[in-house]
Design a protein around this ligand. Sequence first.
Ligand code: 5GP
Ligand code: ZN
Length: 115
Amino acid sequence: MPTACIFCQIVAGNAPAQIFYRDDQVIAFKDIHPLTPVHLLVATTQHIASLNDTGQDTAALLGRMVAVARQLAIEQGVHQSGYRLMINTGADAGQSVFHLHLHLIGGRHMPFRFG
Ligand code: 5GP
Ligand code: ZN
């Protein structure tokens, strides 16, 4: 566990977070700078730097992250209004925390346009 990694610190309970779900493989907590009324991060408990560091052996883990996000969307009451799952990977996507996570965002209309 890289001690410099903030999400590893959250997994270990050494950094505070509003946790909405956890099991042995996945943890979900509120984004510290929410973009939308609902903005949760679904992260792996294991340190994996990015989607580029996954492969066939992590397919089930990635599926579990999506399944957890879907369940949280229901619990957060956005499954009918709509929500978006997002995994930023690398510089062009603006990935800022290099510990695999997906964003669950919703609770308002979210246009999707590039300038
Ligand atoms: P990325 O750009 O890497 O996909 O997203 C990283 C996200 O992590 C950002 O939305 C940022 O607000 C969030 N974040 C960064 N540091 C912390 C933290 O210490 N606690 C929580 N809860 N979220 C964080
Ligand atoms: Zn980490």
